[in-house]
Design a protein around this ligand. Structure first.
Ligand code: FES
Length: 134
């Protein structure tokens, strides 16, 4: 899975710009230098590590999307039908309690991609606000 994601990311970069790949390589090199700095002479990451879109996408593909993420507390979803919505790494999600437990669902209608729910609430079913698919 990780190899597939890295390949996809590299393809996207190659099609958009070779300078992005070069930029990522340079940033990875800086990251290795930072990690290997002696403990008595530490230095921080340059600011673009926190703002560079290509590096964020690289982190998502190689690290963040392969890990578990805490998206809330079980006590926020006490009743069957309780839900919360959120975006996690650009993916809109619904976290909902049903008869069998707590589940994470895509918050996108399969028909034309409308958002199915906003905020928090309780529902017996999610109905698309656009064409009313369930
Ligand atoms: S977009 Fe959801 S039913 Fe058509």
């Amino acid at each position: 899975m990780r190899a597939h994601m890295e390949f996809r990311m590299m393809n996207n970069q190659a099609s958009s710009s070779n300078s992005l790949t070069t930029n990522i390589d340079a940033m990875r090199s800086k990251l290795n230098m930072t990690a290997s700095a002696p403990a008595d002479a530490p230095w921080g990451l340059p600011g673009n590590f926190y703002t560079d879109q290509a590096f964020f996408e690289y982190e998502c593909a190689t690290l963040l999307k392969s890990s578990w993420h805490c998206v809330g507390r079980a006590d926020e979803l006490l009743e069957i039908g309780d839900y919360i919505t959120l975006n996690l790494l650009s993916e809109p999600l619904i976290i909902v309690r049903d008869q069998s437990g707590i589940k994470a669902l895509s918050n996108v209608c399969r028909h034309r991609g409308m958002r199915l729910a906003e905020g928090t609430g309780n529902t017996k079913r999610f109905v698309c606000p656009y064409h009313a698919w369930m």
